[in-house]
Design a protein around this ligand. Sequence first.
Ligand code: SIN
Ligand code: MN
Length: 272
Amino acid sequence: MKLTQDQIRKYEDEGMLFLPNYFSEAEVSVLREELSLLPENSSGRMMEKDNQTIRALHGVHIHSKIFQSLIQHPLLLEPAQQILGDSVYLYQFKINMKAAFTGDIWPWHQDYAFWYEEDGMPEPRIVNVGIFLDEVNQFNGPLYLISGSHKEGLIRFEMHKSAVESEDVSWEANVSANLKYCLDNATITRLVKRGGIIAPVGCAGSVLFFHGSIAHSSVPNISPYPRRLLLITYNSIENIPRPSGKPRPEFLVCRDYTPLQPVEDDVLLQQV
Ligand code: SIN
Ligand code: MN
């Protein structure tokens, strides 16, 4: 399950690596089925502005054997260990729902800005893995990523005006459409001039590895196609956060630092 040297070089150069058709249809069906069985209400659930549409589910792996086995799947875990050059533990698990017609924007940001500011993460030695639970196409709000922007390190960000005005310190301010730490237009223009925007599209089961410092966003989904994206974030065990204040809830920032071990590669199919 190892990445090739060329794939690692591409990841290091662009800050992302897209692997279409990575999981089979049967494996994606197992994940979708598991999602459909989740309880309606969970403490990590975030709604869209309409207060009716689910925007994201955080930390739902905790009670799911299937999502636990996905986290330890060698197709994901081994490349993450290779990319970070270390043993890794689970930092965050979430599913962004980007519902048909109502799934809202994710403004331009770097994930590491949140993890540095809110959680006291020492370095961006962290990798995101996005698993497409639906086909992602040009209409349903694919991720936009700026190639090479991770090389800038932590970029000066703007606090969203709603966060400044309300001094909102709740965890919801970090995951709403009024995202707290955003990149300004001048920064995005400069970064895009150099790297360009890449919007990976492909069938359900495709996988995107992307760096914790890459600048990214996504537009609202006004199409009739849902775009559910399952996101697993692996952190190096040498990079454990040291929060200066009250730590964020466990469903957003896992505090089990046990190094993850790969399970068998047919683990999802064993559940059928
Ligand atoms: C999205 O789901 O479109 C945004 C994901 C992210 O910001 O990590
Ligand atoms: Mn993000």
